[in-house]
Design a binder for this molecule. Sequence first.
Ligand code: FAD
Length: 315
Amino acid sequence: VGPEIARRHIGPRYFSRYGQATWVGVLRDPKDKPIGPYVTKPDKIYGDMTPEVKGTILEDYMKSGKGPVYMDCRGISDEDYEYMMYWMVHEGNSSLLDYMKEEGIDIRKHLVEFQIYHMLPEGKIWINEKAETSIDGLYAAGDESMGGIGPSATYGWIAGENAATYVKEASGPDVEKARAEIEERKALVNNMSSRKEGPDWKEANIALQQIMQDYAGPVRSETLLTAGLSYLRRLREKVDTTMMARNQWELTRCLETLNLLDLGELVFLAANERKETRGLHNRPDYPLTDPMLDGKSLFIRRVKGEPVIELKKAE
Ligand SMILES: Cc1cc2nc3c(=O)[nH]c(=O)nc-3n(C[C@H](O)[C@H](O)[C@H](O)COP(=O)(O)OP(=O)(O)OC[C@H]3O[C@@H](n4cnc5c(N)ncnc54)[C@H](O)[C@@H]3O)c2cc1C
């Protein structure tokens, strides 16, 4: 559900794995001028909310040649510094702090260049209160269904308990019914493992990222999305017939890449279907937000091999 909806966050340049952590500083341009009107010195109460108000401001600075933009924590009080370090560790940023320590970067003295990261699709697997998906016997939880530590832990528990109960009562899988699909998957894996030449998963992954960025990125229109989807499907055909895995480790990566290609297709289909601009889903061919679509989500299912898209309230 909702693969066309996206979010972006900011952070140190080229460290996109990290979340939007508690940075107590001021975002400044190269001439030391704050880029926003909110703060002029580090303050743990206010932080610098400029990118919260205008998400793309860091990108605008780069595009207009006024960048880069730096996070400036110089002048931070000891108390605020302690607060920031405490939260950065608890927000999963300890490896970033270790890296800065190793490289001799002290945020009390050095500026850190910031950027806005790429778009992250918010698409989820839809589950009910029992963590059941629309496929009988398949449960989902965590980042795949809602994300965040609390919901992931809660629904991980619920999904685990209900899956265990289901298994106790379920009859065994009907292997014969799934035989054709099993053979097809086996052939796919065998072919990838036995090829002696061809592109590896990295090449396929980079090609996919380029297509997603350029055709389903910050600007989306029917012509861009249609072109992008056709490129993605051609890439898929090529990948299915030429990608190779040199070992088991690469095979896992190849399978993940095939998964990502499926998800990319969902993004294109849903983005084309949502004929309005909403948040980061920016459609110059439909520049206004349609209030009739408030609270409605796009659900995509595969029925007899074909995608079926439904727009409805997520209940
Ligand atoms: C830097 C950062 C900061 C964050 N800060 C917050 C926050 O402050 N508050 C908040 O609510 N959320 C935060 N999140 C999000 C939160 O961490 C996730 O939503 C949550 O951990 C998702 O839980 P999960 O169980 O779905 O996935 P994960 O916690 O990612 O668990 C998946 C596990 O599966 C394992 N795995 C992967 N592939 C395989 C395989 N093939 N075989 C076996 N095991 C495998 C992985 O090693 C991993 O242990 C943050 C995330 C990041 C990255």
